[in-house]
Write a protein that binds this ligand. Structure first.
Ligand SMILES: [Fe+2]
Length: 145
């Protein structure tokens, strides 16, 4: 009976909201893609199918990081360097895991979805929300100046 209940590995709630609709929309898509990967693993999906999900996810992470980094650069965000560094480190770690998975060295799919889920939740709360809050204050300053 319990097997029929498909549990999400990562669940969206208000505490993940940055207030920027583009960033929030992309974060929601990332949540969905990580959950798709997770349920694919749980359902024992074929390796080519999981590979496809992983590759889509990896590309979307790059798109999303570029969106945030452009937003930071265009607004002269002082925390740009550190935030970009966090993105680069995640990409490196994720790419390493993905490469091992593609080489079929070890079954790392469960590790990948867990790793991305933990990383994304912490990153949104610690780093993204800080940036978007700065952006809001900064934009207000420009308007009232
Ligand atoms: Fe970020």
């Amino acid at each position: 009976m319990e097997n029929l209940v498909q549990k999400e590995i990562i669940t969206w709630n208000k505490s993940f909201e940055t207030g920027n609709p583009v960033v929030d929309g992309q974060h929601k898509n990332l949540f969905k893609m990580i959950n798709d990967l997770h349920s694919g693993i749980e359902e024992g999906s074929a390796s080519y199918f999981l590979t496809e999900i992983i590759e889509k996810l990896s590309n979307y992470i790059t798109i999303h990081f570029n969106t945030e980094e452009d937003l930071m650069l265009n607004n002269f965000y002082p925390g740009y360097k550190d935030h970009k560094k966090a993105h680069t480190e995640l990409k490196e770690q994720a790419d390493k895991l993905i490469k091992l998975f593609l080489l079929k060295k070890v079954d790392l799919t469960a590790t990948i979805s867990q790793f991305l889920s933990d990383w994304l939740q912490n990153h949104i709360k610690d780093t993204d929300i800080k940036f978007i809050e700065w952006l809001r204050v900064n934009e207000n300053n420009i308007i009232t100046d």
